[in-house]
Design a protein around this ligand. Structure first.
Ligand code: CP
Length: 308
């Protein structure tokens, strides 16, 4: 049995296979409509979510399976003090696969030690969000047809933004990928991502403080929200809240085939006037999230022997 706790749990070949499966699902939906008949997905969300939880649930339903779970810690026995380990033991008696989001970094890993079914990390604190990364990779693949030779701009809260950390880890494994890290100094990519991931892989990267410094070089612009819930004080959040706002004026120097992505939810960081620009792909990206999660559920259930 395998879990998905971090993007690096998957080899490049496994990611390629999962993306190929997602593309086949997109093109042949009826072929997969009953593949999970009789199977159950539990969504254990100790933190708020719209896209991740609902796309997991839609994914399982479109595969013919059922879903159960909770959408906030307050409606689970965690509010009475039950541990993550005990919750995992219990829920693995009721479901064939579990997607868990938790504010504590490493909580899904702790759950995996005691679970008898696959655990999927649906976001743990500021650490990692591997299914968002698979979503992002499927989007890049569908838009660009390759992962190699791309210049990727990551903009916003690069310190607390777990989707950014996971995406850097994943994209570093492809050929000649360059990164432009766009953030205020206080919200720059954590040192461990620079030393353990970027420096180790040898991928070129530069850090800048304005979008204008980077815009004309980028093949991908990945915008992120300032993560209000992870700041120690409201004043600190307010200082950075509108640090970056992408609008049509800022796109004047951008490439015609730029792909604009955002894991969503957005707050102010992309003006709604950008939504109709053909380069805006963030809503397509959210739809891709359902297809890649369908592929992931099938793959993990097959690896665990629950599907043939
Ligand atoms: N992208 C993402 O994780 O969105 P939610 O927080 O709505 O799940």
């Amino acid at each position: 049995m395998r879990h998905l706790l971090d993007t690096t749990d998957l080899s490049l070949k496994e990611i390629d296979d999962m993306i190929a499966l997602a593309v086949d699902i997109i093109n042949n939906k009826e072929k997969y409509a009953h593949i999970c008949d009789g199977k159950k997905l539990a969504t254990l969300f100790f933190e708020p979510s719209t896209r991740t939880r609902l796309s997991f649930e839609a994914a399982m339903m479109e595969l013919g399976g059922n879903v159960l779970g909770f959408s906030e810690a307050a409606s689970s026995s965690a509010s009475k003090g039950e541990s993550v380990e005990d919750t995992a033991v219990m829920v693995s008696c009721y479901a064939d696969i579990i997607a868990m989001r938790h504010p504590l970094e490493g909580a899904p890993r702790v759950a995996s030690f005691r679970s008898s079914v696959p655990i999927i990390n649906a976001g743990d604190g500021g650490h990692s969000h591997p299914t968002q990364t698979l979503t992002d990779l499927l989007t890049i693949y569908r838009e660009k047809g390759t992962f190699d030779n791309l210049t990727v701009g990551l903009c916003g809260d690069l310190k607390f933004g777990r989707t950014v950390h996971s995406l850097i880890k994943a994209m570093c494994r492809y050929k000649n990928v360059k990164f432009v890290l766009i953030s205020p100094k206080e919200l720059s990519v954590p040192d461990y991502i620079k030393s353990d991931v970027l420096d180790k892989s040898g991928n070129a990267y530069e850090e800048v403080e304005t979008m204008e410094q980077a815009m004309d070089k980028l093949d991908i612009l990945y915008m992120t929200r300032i993560q209000r819930e992870r700041f120690f004080s409201e004043d600190e959040y307010l200082k950075h809240k509108d640090a970056f706002v992408l609008d049509l004026d800022k796109l004047r120097t951008a490439k015609r085939d730029l792909t604009i992505m955002h894991p969503l939810p957005r707050v102010n960081e992309i003006a709604t006037e950008v939504d109709d620009d053909p380069r805006a792909k963030y809503f397509v990206q959210a739809l891709n999230g359902k297809y890649i999660r369908m592929a992931l559920i099938i793959t993990l259930l097959k690896w665990g022997g629950a599907l043939s």
